[in-house]
Design a protein around this ligand. Sequence first.
Ligand SMILES: C[S@@+](CC[C@H](N)C(=O)[O-])C[C@H]1O[C@@H](n2cnc3c(N)ncnc32)[C@H](O)[C@@H]1O
Length: 296
Amino acid sequence: MAKDIWDIPDSNHTMDITAEERYWISEHSSGYDILSLTDCQSVLDDLLANIESHLSTVSQSKSLDEVKILIPGCGTRVKLEVAIAQNFPGVQIHCGDFTDVIQLATSEFARLKEQLTLQGQSTAPLERVSYHVLDSTNLPDSPKYDLIIVINSVLASQHNQNFQMLESFRRVISPEGRLIGFFPNIFAVADLLSLIRSPDEVFSQIDIQRSSYFEQKQQIEQVFYSPLRLRHLLVSLGFEIERLEVYFFDKPDVFERVRRHYAEFFHPDTDVVFYEHYLEAVPQRKSRGESERASN
Ligand SMILES: C[S@@+](CC[C@H](N)C(=O)[O-])C[C@H]1O[C@@H](n2cnc3c(N)ncnc32)[C@H](O)[C@@H]1O
């Protein structure tokens, strides 16, 4: 049988889902400084503007309190869900992650609510935020979501887990829904490392053929897709891509934050900036038409 050109075989460092869960729980609970893009106001502002534009379309056919948003692999920072709830009161926001991560997120959310109350601010809009133990590779069939926001949460070391996550998102997105978010880009790491390391060193960490990045400090591997692979995955799963862009982290807050986090990556020249994919995708028109006919 012909080799599937898109396949990414496992390596010695590939983790199964149990190992992934263990890894993320340890990351979130050990105080290890996870880079969370939505800690940066400039990224949050860009996301909120794009969310607003999508919600203005959705709100032509339903009221805001019927709108459901999913944040899969939400992590523990809570800033994104809080900002969405405060800016678009009424929408329901479901945040999903592994069990222990959800426990940590719930405590952080309660702490933030308390802080807002002490500052005399209303926490009423936050009542529509809820946390759920949700394995992104196997989401329940319902509810269906108008918006799915992925912030660097599709980067498992096993390609098949990422495939299953995107397949799950496609299954639970409503016909008029949209998938948006940030996805790492393997070429960004190669680009940055090639300025400061020898080719041998670069390729000891990056396997372009497997779109994989090996993090030496932690000895873990993650799949960071190339634009072509990410595009193929989404299209093959029935998404139509509306935007798949290079998003440069060049605004001062995110520039500093990313540089501090990935200090070993950076040449000191200030034009050396990290980047990721910014994606917006919708269910393919053909399948949207089919589901509309089925629901009539
Ligand atoms: C890089 S962190 C990003 C967290 C968060 N989105 C942020 O920006 O701060 C990746 C997150 O995805 C979660 N994750 C990975 N695989 C998952 C899965 N199969 N189901 C649910 N969550 C998953 C991890 O637990 C982790 O919280």
